[in-house]
Design a protein around this ligand. Structure first.
Ligand SMILES: Nc1ncnc2c1ncn2[C@@H]1O[C@H](COP(=O)(O)OP(=O)(O)OP(=O)(O)O)[C@@H](O)[C@H]1O
Length: 365
C-alpha cells in the first residue's frame, strides 16, 4: 500500500466539510479504513448523516471527487455508512427494511435472516484488519479442510469489495434458483455462495451501507444452506457494516482474525478484537499468514518480521491459532481454482492444524 498516497488523499479529504458537525470529515472522524493499493486504487468508508439521503449522497460524491483528484489515484471505492451508535449498543436491528439488491421477494430483517440459518450449527466470521492479507485464501482452505474431515461445511463470501471465492474455487456463472431460494454451488464438498456470483464487483464498491447489509441478509436467508456443521463467512477487510450485520443476526458463534506479520502492529487488529469483544462474540483466535518463506535447505526467511502475530495476539489477550508460511506456488494454485488444502501440498497440513482448532472451538461452544 502506498503510504504517501494515503496521506495526500487524507489531505484532500480534509478540505470537505461534514455538515452535521461543521468540521472537516477527517477531523470529524467520518472517514474510516482509508487505504491505497500499489495500483493507486483508494478505498475508504464515510460516515454520512442518517436519514437525509440527498445530503449523504452529496457528501459521498464530494469525498469521492476529492480523492479522485489526487495525482496518482487511479480509482476510488468509497462506501457510505450511516451514523450509528457504537457497535455494542447496536444489538437490536433497525426497524424497517433495507434495499433489496437482488430483487428477491423476501426482505427479512437481519435477525430473521439469522433464524433462517436454523440448520447451521456454527457460523464463524473470518476477518482481517486490512485487505490483501490472505483472509479469503485462509477461509477457502479452512473450509476445504473442514469438509475433508466429514463436516458439512459452507463458505459465504461476504467481501463486497473484492469477492474472491469464485476465483479461488474456479466457479463461473450464476447460481440457480429453486423454490425462491438461491442454490449454493458446491466444490470440494463445500457449499459456496459469494456476493460475486450475484453482482458485478465494480458495482458493489459504490454500495451504501444499508445495501451491504441488505445483501448480506439475503445471502444468509435466501440461500438454501440446508444443514451445515460450520458456515465460514469471509468478511470484508476492516470492521464495518458486514460485521455489524453478522453480529446483529445473533447467529455468529465466533470469529477468527487473519493478519500478515508486519500488519500485526497492535492497532491493526485491535479494532477487530474490540468489536468482537464488545459484542460478546467469542474470538477463536488470530492466524498469521505469509509468516515466513522456507528456503531449499528448510531455513525460514522472515520476510515481514518474525513472530509479530503471536506477540500481538498475546498483547491483546487473544488466542494465537498458528502461522501459514508464504508458499510461492500457493498464489498460482488459488488463481487456478484449486485450494491447496485439497492437494498434497505442505500447506494442506498447516490448514488441517488450523481447522483442528476451529473444530475444538465448536465442540467447546
Ligand atoms: N500463504 C500464502 N502464500 C502465498 N500467497 C498467498 C498466501 N496467502 C495468500 N496469498 C496470495 O495473496 C493474495 C491475497 O490473498 P487473498 O485474496 O486471500 O487476501 P484477502 O485478505 O482476502 O484480500 P482482500 O481483502 O482483497 O479480499 C492472493 O493472490 C493469494 O493467492
Amino acid at each position: 500500500m502506498s503510504g504517501s498516497l494515503v496521506l495526500r488523499v487524507r489531505a484532500a479529504l480534509s478540505a470537505i466539510k461534514d455538515p452535521s458537525s461543521g468540521r472537516n470529515i477527517i477531523a470529524a472522524g467520518a472517514v474510516g479504513g482509508l487505504s491505497a493499493d500499489e495500483d493507486g486504487k483508494v478505498r475508504f468508508t464515510l460516515e454520512v448523516p442518517d436519514g437525509d439521503r440527498r445530503a449523504a449522497e452529496a457528501l459521498l460524491k464530494a469525498a469521492e471527487s476529492a480523492a479522485a483528484s489526487v495525482p496518482g489515484v487511479t480509482g476510488v471505492a468509497a462506501v457510505a455508512t450511516a451514523h450509528s451508535a457504537a457497535p455494542h449498543q447496536q444489538q437490536q436491528p433497525a426497524k424497517g427494511g433495507h434495499d433489496n439488491p437482488f430483487g428477491l421477494k423476501q426482505k427479512p430483517r437481519i435477525e430473521a435472516a439469522g433464524e433462517q440459518l436454523s440448520g447451521v450449527k456454527s457460523m464463524i466470521a473470518i476477518a482481517s484488519g486490512k485487505g490483501g492479507v490472505g483472509k479469503s485464501t485462509v477461509a477457502a482452505n479452512l473450509a476445504v479442510s473442514l469438509s475433508a474431515r466429514g463436516l458439512k461445511t459452507g463458505l459465504l463470501d461476504a467481501d463486497i469489495y473484492g469477492p474472491s471465492l469464485p476465483t479461488l474455487f474456479g466457479i463461473k456463472g450464476k447460481p440457480e434458483m429453486r423454490d425462491n431460494k438461491i442454490v449454493p454451488f458446491e466444490a470440494f464438498g463445500v457449499k459456496l455462495m459469494s456476493i460475486g456470483f450475484l453482482i458485478d464487483p465494480d458495482e458493489a464498491v459504490a454500495w451504501r451501507g444499508p445495501m451491504v447489509m441488505g445483501a448480506l441478509r439475503q445471502l444468509m436467508s435466501d440461500v438454501d444452506w440446508g444443514d451445515l456443521d460450520i458456515l465460514l463467512v469471509d468478511t470484508p477487510p476492516g470492521t464495518g457494516d458486514a460485521h455489524i450485520s453478522l453480529i446483529q443476526s445473533k447467529k455468529l458463534s465466533g470469529a477468527v482474525i487473519v493478519s500478515t506479520p508486519q500488519e500485526m502492529a497492535l492497532a491493526d487488529v485491535r479494532r477487530g478484537v474490540q468489536l468482537f469483544r464488545q459484542t460478546n462474540t467469542p474470538l477463536i483466535g488470530v492466524i498469521e499468514n505469509m509468516a515466513w518463506m522456507e528456503g531449499p535447505d528448510g531455513s525460514k526467511q522472515f520476510l515481514f518480521g518474525e513472530g509479530g502475530a503471536e506477540r500481538a495476539a498475546k498483547d491483546l489477550g487473544a488466542p494465537f491459532l498458528g502461522a501459514v508460511p508464504l508458499y510461492p506456488d500457493l498464489r498460482q494454485a488459488s488463481d487456478d481454482g484449486l485450494p491447496v488444502a485439497a492437494t498434497e501440498h505442505a500447506a494442506a497440513r498447516t490448514f488441517d492444524q488450523l481447522a483442528d482448532q476451529i473444530v475444538k472451538f465448536t465442540e467447546r461452544a
